[in-house]
Write a protein that binds this ligand. Structure first.
Ligand code: NAP
Length: 544
C-alpha cells in the first residue's frame, strides 16, 4: 500500500484568481500533517500543508528546550507505514531527544519529497466555510489565502502554548519565554539567576538539564507530581538490527494495548498477592525504563481505589529517599491527586537537583505569584530576583489550537462558540455544521504516532470514499454527535484521567469548560469502532 501511494502521480493545485485551490488543505507539518500529506497525495488528491514554523516537526520543532525527549520508546514512536524507512533509520537512544526527533521528521519529509507541498511560516488565522461553493478558505497571517474542499487540522494535542496572564508580565527586563517557544538560536543560562514556573513533565526535563549550568535556580511549584526514572540509554547498532527484525511484532503489540505502548497491565490485582510480593513487584518495575512503572503494573493500580493509593505511597517514599532536606521532600511529594491521573513525567535525576545548594523550591500554592516585576517574581510572601524567567506552564490542549484559529462553519457559527461547554464532536474528529472538516489533533494521549497513523489512514480513506462515490460533503449526523458527546461524559466518569485538574480535562486553563478532551476508549476500541463505520458505508455520517 505504502509504495503504491508513493508512486502515485501528483495531483496539481488549480487557481482561482490569486487563490490556490486544493482538494485537501492540511494545517500543520508535524507527525500527523506529514503523514496526511503522504496519504492524500498518494490517493490522488491535490493537497497542501500550511505550517506556522519555518520547518517540519510540530511538537519536535517547537519544543527545543534542553532535556526535551520522548517518553515512549523511540522505536515504537516512529512511523510504521514504510518498510524502507524502518530499515534505514537508526534510533540512537531508547528515549530519543528533541534534536534527533526533529532530524527524523526532516528525514521523512525529504525521503518522501513532502517539503514541496508545505508552505512554511504560514500561521493560519482563519478557516471559513463557503457554503455556496462548498469550499474552506484559509487566511494566513501574511494575507495569503488558499481554498480547498476538505480541511484537516493536524495541529497536535499540545500546541497552543499557555502563559498565565500574570500582572506585569511584560515589565520583566530580562529574557522570558515559554518552553514551547524556546529560542531557536538557544540561550546562554550559564551563571544566571533563572526562574522556572511550573513543575509538569516539561519542567521536570528542563530543570534537570539546566540545573547543571545556571548560577541559581528558583522553581515555582503549584502542584507536586509523581515522577518516574526514565532510565534512558543508547541503542547499539546490534540492538537496532534486532529491533528492525522485530518491527512487525513490536507494532502488533502496540496495536493491542490500550495506550498503544508495548506495555501491558499485569492481570493480577495488587491485593491478590502478599505485601512482600507486592512491594517486590513495585521495586522490579521501578528498575525498568520508561512507562513500565505505570502501564505494566497490577491492573487495579490504574483505577481509582486502594491499589492506586498503595502504589502512590510507594512513589512518595521514593521521593523522600532521594531528597535530603525533609521539608523540601514533603513539598515535592504529591498528596492531592491520584497516581496516574496525570501523564507520568519521566526524569533522569530530577529529585537530586533539589539537593544542590543553588536550587530553591518555592510553593506558589501557599503563596501565589502576585505579579512579575522588572527584575523578578513577587509572590504573596517574597520577591525573587531573576535574570531569566522560563514559563513551563503547559498548553491549552486539543481545543485551544482550534479556537485560536477562528474556524467558521455553516451559518457563521465558529468552532470556538460551539465548544464553549466542551467539544461536541463525533469521535473527536468531526462536528455538525462543519462539513468536510476533520480535526485529527486529539488522536491519542498514549503513544501518539501509533494511534495517529491509523486515524490518518481512516480519514484519508473516508475522504477517498466521498470522492469516489460522487459525494461532495460529509459531516456527522446530529444523533451521532449527541451520542458521542454523551459517551465522552459517561465514559469519563470513572477513569483516572478525569480525576485530577490537568489538561486532560481542560482544568489547567482558567475559564475553560471542564470536559474530557480525548476519548475514554482504548485504542483498539476506537479502531474497531471506526472500522465498523467505514465498513457500513460511513454510518453515522450524512453524505451529500
Ligand atoms: P503541564 O503538565 O500542564 O504543567 C504545567 C505546569 O505549570 C504545572 O506545574 C502547573 O501547575 C504550572 N502552572 C500553570 N499555571 C500556573 C500558574 N498560574 N501559577 C503557577 N504554576 C502554574 O504542562 P507540561 O509540563 O508542558 O506538559 C504537558 C504535557 O505534555 C504532558 O502531560 C505530556 O503529555 C506532554 N509532555 C511530554 C513529554 C515527553 O516526555 N514526551 C515531555 C513534556 C511534556 P498545576 O499542576 O498546579 O496546574
Amino acid at each position: 500500500m505504502a509504495d503504491s501511494l508513493q508512486q502515485a502521480p501528483v495531483a496539481e493545485a488549480s487557481r482561482n484568481g490569486n487563490v490556490e485551490e486544493y482538494d485537501v488543505l492540511i494545517i500543520g507539518a508535524g507527525v500527523t500533517g506529514l503523514y496526511s500529506l503522504y496519504r492524500f497525495r498518494g490517493l490522488g488528491f491535490s493537497c497542501k500543508s500550511f505550517e506556522d514554523a519555518s520547518g517540519v516537526g510540530g511538537t519536535w520543532y517547537w519544543n527545543r528546550y534542553p532535556g526535551a525527549r520522548f517518553d515512549s520508546e523511540s522505536y515504537t514512536y516512529g512511523y510504521s507505514f514504510s518498510e524502507e524507512l524502518l530499515q534505514e533509520w537508526h534510533w540512537k537512544e531508547l528515549y530519543s531527544g528533541q534534536p534527533e526527533n526533529e532530524r527524523y521528521l526532516n528525514y521523512v519529509a525529504d525521503k518522501f519529497d513532502l517539503r514541496r507541498h508545505i508552505r512554511f511560516n504560514s500561521r493560519v488565522e482563519s478557516c471559513v466555510y463557503d457554503e455556496d461553493a462548498n469550499r474552506w478558505e484559509l487566511t494566513m497571517q501574511d494575507g495569503h489565502k488558499a481554498r480547498g474542499q476538505f480541511l484537516i487540522t493536524a495541529v497536535g494535542l499540545l500546541s497552543a502554548h499557555y502563559v498565565p496572564d500574570f500582572e506585569g508580565i511584560h515589565d520583566f527586563k530580562g529574557p522570558w519565554f515559554h518552553t514551547g517557544r524556546w529560542p531557536k538560536e538557544g540561550i546562554d543560562l550559564a551563571g544566571k539567576r533563572v526562574g522556572v514556573v511550573g513543575t509538569g513533565a516539561t519542567a521536570v526535563q528542563l530543570i534537570t538539564e539546566i540545573a547543571r549550568e545556571v548560577g541559581h535556580l528558583t522553581i515555582f511549584q503549584r502542584t507536586a507530581n509523581y515522577c518516574a526514572p526514565l532510565r534512558n540509554r543508547p541503542i547499539t547498532a546490534e540492538e537496532q538490527e534486532e529491533i528492525r527484525a522485530r518491527y512487525p511484532e513490536i507494532f502488533e503489540k502496540c496495536l493491542e494495548t490500550a495506550g498503544s505502548f508495548m506495555h501491558e497491565f499485569d492481570k493480577r490485582s495488587a491485593f491478590s498477592v502478599s505485601e512482600e510480593e507486592r512491594v517486590e513487584f513495585y521495586e522490579s518495575l521501578w528498575q525498568e525504563p520508561g512507562f513500565k512503572k505505570w502501564l505494566s503494573n497490577f491492573y487495579d493500580v490504574m483505577m481509582p481505589g486502594p491499589a492506586n493509593e498503595d502504589y502512590a505511597e510507594f512513589f512518595r517514599n521514593k521521593i523522600r529517599e532521594r531528597v535530603k532536606d525533609p521539608v523540601v521532600a514533603e513539598m515535592l511529594t504529591p498528596k492531592d491527586h491520584m497516581f496516574g491521573s496525570k501523564r507520568l513525567p519521566c526524569e533522569s535525576g530530577y529529585y537530586e537537583v533539589y539537593n544542590q545548594d543553588n536550587v530553591l523550591l518555592v510553593d506558589v500554592k501557599k503563596a501565589p505569584i502576585q505579579r512579575i516585576t522588572e527584575n523578578g517574581i513577587q509572590t504573596a510572601d517574597a520577591h525573587y530576583e531573576l535574570d531569566v524567567i522560563i514559563y513551563a506552564t503547559g498548553y491549552d490542549a486539543v481545543t485551544g489550537s482550534l479556537s485560536r484559529m477562528h474556524i467558521q462553519g455553516e451559518n457563521g457559527l465558529t468552532l470556538q462558540e460551539k465548544f464553549t461547554e466542551g467539544p461536541r464532536t463525533f469521535m473527536g474528529i468531526s462536528s455538525v455544521g462543519f462539513p468536510n472538516l476533520f480535526t485529527i489533533n486529539a488522536a491519542s494521549v498514549g503513544n501518539f504516532v501509533r494511534a495517529a497513523e491509523p486515524l490518518v489512514e481512516w480519514i484519508s480513506n473516508c475522504i477517498a470514499y466521498v470522492r469516489d462515490n460522487g459525494y461532495q460533503r460529509i459531516q456527522p449526523s446530529q444523533k451521532s454527535e449527541d451520542e458521542w458527546t454523551q459517551h465522552m461524559i459517561d465514559g469519563g466518569q470513572n477513569i483516572l484521567r478525569t480525576q485530577a485538574d490537568s489538561w486532560f480535562v481542560g482544568a489547567n486553563i482558567p475559564g475553560k469548560a471542564r470536559f474530557l478532551l480525548t476519548a475514554p476508549d482504548t485504542a483498539p476500541q476506537m479502531r474497531a469502532r471506526r472500522a465498523e463505520i467505514a465498513n457500513s458505508g460511513y454510518a453515522g455520517f450524512s453524505l451529500e
